[in-house]
Design a protein around this ligand. Structure first.
Ligand SMILES: NC(=O)c1ccc[n+]([C@@H]2O[C@H](COP(=O)([O-])OP(=O)(O)OC[C@H]3O[C@@H](n4cnc5c(N)ncnc54)[C@H](OP(=O)(O)O)[C@@H]3O)[C@@H](O)[C@H]2O)c1
Length: 353
């Protein structure tokens, strides 16, 4: 069999007004995303903030930021970064539990926001951010980078084309089994740890793209003694009769693929569903084929390019990942959490019966 052709689609290289970025936090995803930010011609690495001086300075030096801010003398590093008039847009890469507070402060300070997933801890927090961004005329986007990848965009085009007919059934899983480490955000209830908030955004993204908003969700989860979910299983039901079955886990290594079955064929990702290297397509009347994709850098430049485009064009949201879509996703996760009995210290209301 011939190897499948490879599509390497560069993020648009069009350059316009330089966009000055501030980055909040210096952890693992911040480093991977900033690596890709540096690939954009019109990105200015303006400022970084950390809780500690050592991390702020080391990260600033490593990537060439103009300023490095850190906690001290009654204010936090991120508050200092937000007070910097040279920063246009803030990329928030803290653990989940800090997203809402930092994003709220950034919008209040008049900054545009790209915030790591999940946008907030619950739909109420996400909606508050969406409303404030709209009121202030500021850009807000949850960093669901998968939506901007050539492979995902291609899959969306195939689905829209009707090549596999009407999608009826979607199955998606995503799971890793990192060692237990109470110091890591993955295992810490106060940081919003567990599988659902960390991973479910990816299978959900595929389900929303293929099938739209479900009419109901049914969820089950396995909780650890610390009260986070080790794994979960969500079934989404649609008024059309379609179903999606989504699983995420931090207790099992999973194939981490998505399969979408339609009335005229099926499509499957190969490679992790958050960044598939291949799409396998089997039309009912045709021949099975594989389309291969390679990404630039770590794969984040596509979403960063989109933020840049939106800011340069004066848009307050990207049509590919709107604040309302983030709120919709959080509503589904809230309902799944309610059914699983998954509570976080940040939750204000009592555990429902
Ligand atoms: N898009 C993706 O593919 C992807 C991948 C991984 C993670 N993420 C998301 O990115 C966020 C960060 O994940 P990560 O893996 O980078 O986590 P991480 O390695 O633990 O880094 C988080 C950073 O946030 C800062 N921070 C601020 N307040 C904190 C607090 N109270 N406790 C701990 N750290 C705090 C710290 O930086 P300072 O010490 O500099 O303050 C820390 O290094 C998560 O919300 C996650 O969902 C996205």
């Amino acid at each position: 069999m011939l190897p499948a052709p490879v599509s390497t689609i560069a993020p648009s290289t069009a350059t316009g007004r330089p966009i000055r970025w501030g980055v909040v936090a210096t952890g693992s995803i911040a480093a991977r995303v900033v690596h890709d930010l540096a690939l954009l011609d019109d990105a200015v690495l303006q400022a970084v903030s950390s809780r500690t001086e050592a991390s702020a300075r080391a990260f600033g030096l490593r990537f060439g930021f103009a300023s490095a801010y850190f906690d001290g003398e009654g204010s936090t590093g991120y508050e200092r970064l937000l007070a910097d008039p040279a920063v246009d847009v803030v990329y928030i890469a803290t653990p989940h539990a800090q997203h809402h507070a930092v994003a709220l402060a950034a919008l209040a300070a008049g900054k545009h926001v790209l915030c790591e997933k999940p946008l907030a801890m619950d739909a109420g927090q996400a909606a508050e951010l969406a409303v404030l961004a709209a009121e202030r005329g500021l850009f807000l986007m949850e960093a669901v980078w998968t939506r901007f990848l050539p492979s995902f965009r291609r899959a969306s085009t195939i689905l829209r084309s009707g090549e596999i007919g009407q999608p009826r059934w979607l199955q998606a899983d995503l799971g890793f089994a990192p060692p237990f480490d109470p110091a890591s955000r993955t295992w810490d209830p106060a940081a919003g740890g567990g599988a659902l908030l960390n991973l479910a955004v990816y299978p959900l993204t595929w389900a929303l793209a293929a099938l739209g908003k479900p009419s109901s969700v049914s969820a089950q989860g396995l909780l650890t003694p610390e009260g986070i979910d080790l794994q979960n299983a969500l079934t989404l039901s649609y008024s059309s009769g379609a179903h999606a079955q989504l699983t995420t886990s931090i207790g099992a290594h999973c194939p981490s693929v998505v399969t979408i079955s339609g009335t005229d064929g099926w499509l499957r990702s190969s490679g992790p569903l958050f960044n598939p290297g291949e799409l396998v397509i089997q039309p009912r009347q045709g021949t099975l084929r594989t389309e291969r994709f390679e990404v630039f850098g770590n794969g984040f430049s596509y979403e960063l390019r989109e933020v840049t485009r939106c800011l340069q064009e004066g848009l307050t949201e990207s049509p590919f990942m709107t604040p309302s879509e983030s709120v919709r996703m959080m509503e589904l996760l809230d309902e799944a959490r309610r059914q699983m009995g998954l509570r976080y210290p940040s939750d204000s209301d009592p555990v429902p019966a």
